[in-house]
Design a protein around this ligand. Structure first.
Ligand SMILES: Cc1cc2nc3c(=O)[nH]c(=O)nc-3n(C[C@H](O)[C@H](O)[C@H](O)COP(=O)(O)OP(=O)(O)OC[C@H]3O[C@@H](n4cnc5c(N)ncnc54)[C@H](O)[C@@H]3O)c2cc1C
Length: 383
């Protein structure tokens, strides 16, 4: 066993940390207030090779590994989980399915420019009646001459108000079998897709949309992989992204911890820094313990992806533990700061609001528990 990061990984972390501190942090507060994502970051992330980091060079990526992708997301998340949500939709949710199952032409047309940050992508799966229960999907794609006609709605779609294209999941058959769901690539904006910008209490610096789709014509060449029934691609994509998302949530926890620690050293109460009060030191000890467990779960998961793939159960355990740990850590960070913890001058309040979203984004904690316990039942509930 080797628990060390390589010299390249450490170098990457340093580069991304510098970028996040110097080129992202100045926009974080403004984006949170305006509820708008600074779009120019996509081009910068493309230039720095961050979007395509984990994809092979042969396919237009940078040829690093999943550990590198997690380092990138952790460092971006440390400064802004909202910006990292936009990054996740751009670097994974909106393009991984094309890289994994798209045709050569689809990769060239959509994947390649997205990796460079020249086109913005999003992923439309969730619906008003089908968030946790994907099988309740009502969006229908009907085969017509030369393509498909799609009608339905999609809810909470990250990047959709600013996207150039979307991976859209729609039902191509009425039955409840997973294979009745297919993926399409839809160019945006489109008059048949009405997108409204949703106001949120967390991840405010990312843009989230509600979509009404009416009689949208999608040509045959935009059916992903030119084949119907690509639902398993969604499952594989979400499973891997549970590791990536957990890395960004780990970053939020580390960002909040750092702010709480710095504050506890400088805030003097009754003649001494509050860090010298055992209650505060214990709080920091609990936070550090959660962070350490989360850190190793994330990077072991990334290592598993690099070794050939991660199973649903392990990915669900990582997402469950890390998102709940980040929620605890950010809440404790606010307590360390006291009243200052809810002032806009500090980041811990924003970090807590953002961490809250990942208790349900990318599958709620209950859904992760369902996945874990279902897998455990197959071996008599043994861990
Ligand atoms: C900011 C944000 C960004 C998002 N971005 C995207 C995106 O880019 N693309 C996309 O497709 N989706 C996106 N989502 C949607 C996200 O994946 C869903 O919110 C999530 O899957 C939960 O669905 P829901 O909100 O409809 O909750 P519901 O499914 O209505 O769940 C409500 C509650 O019931 C519980 N529950 C439901 N079913 C079960 C069950 N079987 N067992 C136990 N408990 C259950 C849940 O755990 C939860 O507590 C985003 C969401 C948010 C908030």
């Amino acid at each position: 066993m080797d628990f060390e990061f390589s010299a390249e990984h450490n170098q990457l972390r340093e580069t991304v940390r510098r970028h996040a501190e110097e080129e992202m942090r100045p926009y974080v507060s403004e984006a949170d207030d305006a509820e708008r994502f600074p779009k120019k970051l996509f081009a910068r992330w493309g230039e720095l090779g961050l979007i395509g980091a984990r994809y092979p060079e042969l396919d237009g990526g940078v040829g690093m590994d999943k550990i590198s992708d997690c380092i990138i997301r952790e460092e971006l998340g440390r400064v802004s989980q909202a910006f990292c949500a936009a990054f996740s939709a751009q670097s994974h949710l909106g393009i991984w399915p094309i890289w994994h199952a798209g045709t050569e032409e689809q990769r060239l047309r959509f994947f390649a420019p997205a990796v460079k940050g020249q086109k913005i992508s999003c992923f439309g799966l969730s619906e008003p009646d089908g968030g946790s229960n994907i099988r309740a999907m009502k969006t229908r794609a009907e085969k017509v001459d030369g393509g498909y006609k799609i009608s339905g709605s999609k809810l909470y779609i990250t990047n959709s108000p600013i996207a150039d294209f979307m991976i859209l999941a729609a039902r191509t058959a009425p039955d409840l079998k997973p294979t009745a769901i297919s993926l399409f690539i839809v160019e945006l904006p489109n008059t048949a897709v009405k997108i409204s910008h949703l106001k949120k209490e967390g991840l405010k610096g990312s843009e989230t949309g509600l979509l009404y789709i009416e009689d949208l014509f999608v040509p045959d060449d935009c059916l992903l992989g030119h084949s119907e029934g690509t639902y398993p691609v969604i499952l594989a994509s979400l499973t891997e992204n549970r590791v990536g998302v957990s890395a960004s949530v780990l970053g939020v926890a580390k960002g909040a911890y750092k702010e709480a620690l710095d504050f506890s050293r400088t805030r003097i109460v009754a003649g001494k820094p509050i860090l010298e009060y055992q209650a505060v030191a214990h709080r920091l000890a609990d936070m550090a313990t959660d962070i350490e467990a989360a850190h190793w779960m994330v990077y072991r998961g990334a290592w598993q992806v690099d070794k050939g793939g991660i199973d649903h159960e392990t990915a669900a355990k990582i997402k469950l533990f890390v998102s709940e740990a980040a929620f605890r850590v950010t809440e404790r960070a606010i307590r360390v700061l006291g009243g200052a913890g809810i002032m806009r001058e500090f980041s811990v309040g924003r970090h807590h609001r953002d961490a809250m979203v990942y208790l349900f984004g990318e599958g709620t904690s209950d859904i992760q528990r369902n996945l874990i316990s279902r897998a455990m039942k197959e071996r008599d509930m043994l861990p």
